[in-house]
Design a protein around this ligand. Structure first.
Ligand SMILES: [Zn+2]
Length: 83
């Protein structure tokens, strides 16, 4: 069986079956996702500019919230240490 991406024998690598395509090496499949900019079934290349910008803003907001939560936990731990 040949890999649908590199056309080499899949048994030489880590073989998987890509639904709708056929047999492939796991590495070739993962590379193809990066090339297509697919993240968890979301194809970033298919998004209009406005949606992509909104996604970027949401990701930044989420990272800021997580960072703030992380810092407040650190402060709380410091308070406990100095009591
Ligand atoms: Zn391959």
């Amino acid at each position: 069986m040949k890999c649908v991406y590199c056309k080499a024998d899949v048994l030489n690598g880590d073989p998987i079956t890509v639904s709708g395509l056929g047999p492939a090496h796991r590495g070739c499949f993962e590379n193809s996702l990066v090339e297509q900019r697919v993240f968890r079934h979301l194809n970033l290349r298919s998004l209009p500019d406005a949606d992509l910008r909104e996604l970027l803003d949401m990701a930044k907001m989420e990272m800021n919230v997580r960072e703030a939560e992380h810092q407040s936990v650190d402060l709380w731990e410091d308070d406990v240490l100095f009591c």
